[in-house]
Design a binder for this molecule. Structure first.
Ligand code: 5GP
Ligand code: ZN
Length: 113
């Protein structure tokens, strides 16, 4: 079982910020900003392409979307944040369970576009 499935199953501890039946959100173990939360569908998809192509992937995707303002409110980043998905080897994905990084808590200057 993959590491994020194990976190979703509470077999590996994490600092959970928010969860419901479809999504779990927890602090990244190596934060790149004062706020760095991983938004992770509980159902395993390798990446966003697999999520997109799954017949009922919309349930998981909507759960991710719905979690965004909830996390922003909990972490106090409503004034701005960045959402990142790394997909595949060239995209720099290291954990092959789809997830979205919500980064904030300071002015994020490291823009590539
Ligand atoms: P990726 O590089 O795949 O986009 O992001 C994977 C992220 O997962 C990294 O930012 C990494 O720090 C985080 N991560 C990897 N293993 C763990 C873990 O066991 N616990 C937590 N909380 N974060 C993890
Ligand atoms: Zn998984």
């Amino acid at each position: 079982m993959c590491i994020f499935c194990m976190i979703a199953n509470k077999e590996i501890p994490s600092t959970i910020v928010y969860e419901n039946d479809d999504v779990i959100c927890f602090d990244d173990i190596h934060p790149a900003a004062p706020v760095h939360v991983l938004i992770v569908p509980k159902r395993h998809f390798d990446n966003i392409v697999d999520l997109s192509q799954a017949v009922d992937g919309l349930v998981s995707y909507k759960a991710v979307l719905d979690a965004i303002p909830v996390i922003a409110d909990i972490k106090g980043t409503r004034q701005g944040f960045r959402l990142i998905n790394n997909c595949g080897e060239d995209g720099g994905q290291t954990v092959m369970h789809v997830h979205f990084h919500l980064l904030g808590g300071r002015k994020l200057d490291e823009k590539i576009l």
